[in-house]
Write a protein that binds this ligand. Structure first.
Ligand SMILES: [Zn+2]
Length: 412
């Protein structure tokens, strides 16, 4: 089999999709179920149909484009990613895995390959949490990680429900039907830009992902007592911001103390009330994001944070309330799929790095219903989620070639 990637066509499609956007180029903004997203879906559907694939959408808009294998009843081989983009994003996040997946399928067809297992391109709805505050909405529903009932309750910033906006976007059916049976896929592989600098730094063109870190997030509110900055003397203070400052450092220590490089914790939001120069802060709200590749270790960090909150609360007479927003389990990629990707790299004499995905992806959820792994290509300086995100044509074509080879091996 002589596999050849049509690089020019693939690149022109990446440009064409980037133009369907609500931002000035080179920025891309494509938020789920907006007019730009609906237009991009229609454009993509036409590309898949042009390639001879049978396209269907489920109730949340996950799109499946299938190349039927010679044994159509056998579990399918899935590949794909997402096309939604956060405000002021770049062209490559998600898109490389979708259009690269499509080109991989076309390359296999041109090469005269005939799969035994059907090969399916999967485009996930709302990988980005921009609109509904939850990432991987489509893959959570597919994998049963989020119930239809919980999804129906989600609302966007304007108070519009998932149920309403998906119907406005032309999607019928019931969300309950989105969940896939656990024997639907024999394998799932996602091609993606690294969104980190390691491959570029190590001058290695490909990364085979062995583990996907998962986030847990918490909201913490602290309530002390306000007052005039001149009148309340220090022994009487119950300053919520001082308590928050102590807690932020305790959160940093909790992550450092695991001794594992994979543990990270971040306080990204600190809202102070009333935020006036001569007023003692009475209320503070913090966001906490904790990530790790090991579930027990990450849960240990969360417990350490709660313990610290209790101790600080007692010392400072400031009420500390922690609320869990979400806590997804990290995933180990399937050794069989990691091996298939590694073999495909070797077959094409490509160096690769086994690595950890520190960002999470739809594959995190797909791994709960199918053996799954990911293939990374470098992106310049690790930049992602910004307009100057960039992956080179050579790297995109190389990743697509290795993906095609892997799909061939898995579907034979
Ligand atoms: Zn992505």
């Amino acid at each position: 089999m002589k596999l050849e990637i049509d690089r020019d066509k693939l690149l022109s499609e990446i440009e064409a999709l980037a133009a369907i956007s609500d931002a000035e180029p080179p920025a891309v903004t494509r938020i789920v179920f907006t007019a730009a997203d609906v237009k991009a879906r229609a454009w993509l559907r036409a590309r898949c149909e042009e390639a001879g694939l049978a396209v269907r959408q489920d109730a949340i808009g996950n799109t499946f484009a299938r190349w039927a294998g010679s044994d159509p009843k056998a579990a399918a081989i899935g590949t794909g990613s997402h096309i939604d983009a956060i405000p002021n994003a770049g062209k490559y996040d998600g898109v490389v895995g979708v259009l690269g997946g499509l080109e991989a399928i076309r390359a296999l067809r041109r090469a005269g390959f005939h799969p035994r297992h059907s090969i399916e391109l999967l485009v996930f709805t709302s990988e980005e949490p921009t609109r509904f505050g939850i990432g991987c909405l489509g893959s959570r529903l597919l994998s049963g990680s989020l119930s239809a009932e919980a999804a129906n309750k989600l609302k966007d910033g304007d108070g519009e429900s998932v149920e309403k906006v998906r119907r406005q976007a032309g999607l019928g059916g019931e969300l309950e039907e989105a969940k896939l049976p656990t024997d639907y896929y024999k394998a799932f592989v996602e091609l993606h830009i690294e969104q980190g600098p390691l491959l570029e730094q190590q001058n290695t063109p490909l990364g085979v992902v062995t583990k996907i870190a998962a986030p847990a997030s918490m909201r913490v509110s602290l309530e002390g007592a306000g007052g005039h900055a001149s009148g309340v003397l220090m022994p009487d203070r119950r300053d919520a911001l001082c308590a928050a400052a102590e807690l932020i450092l305790a959160i940093e220590s909790a992550a450092r103390n695991t001794g594992a490089v994979d543990t990270v914790a971040t306080v990204g939001i600190c809202d102070v009330f009333p935020s006036a120069v001569n007023s003692i802060p009475s209320r503070v709200r913090l966001s906490v994001d904790i990530r790790d590749t090991d579930l027990a270790r990450r849960d240990g960090v969360m417990k350490a944070i709660e313990d610290a909150g209790r101790a600080i609360s007692a010392n400072r007479r400031v009420a500390v309330h922690t609320e869990l927003v979400n806590a997804d389990a990290p995933a180990e990629c399937a050794p069989t799929i990691v091996a298939a990707l590694s073999d495909a790299c070797r077959k094409h004499q490509q160096k690769f790095l086994p690595m950890i995905s520190r960002a999470y992806h739809d594959s995190l959820f797909m791994s709960r219903i199918a053996p799954a792994a990911m293939l990374f290509i470098p992106c310049r300086k690790g930049y992602s989620h910004r307009p100057d995100e960039y992956a080179s044509p050579e790297d995109i074509a190389r990743g697509t070639l290795v993906l095609a080879e892997t799909l061939a091996a898995l579907s034979a």
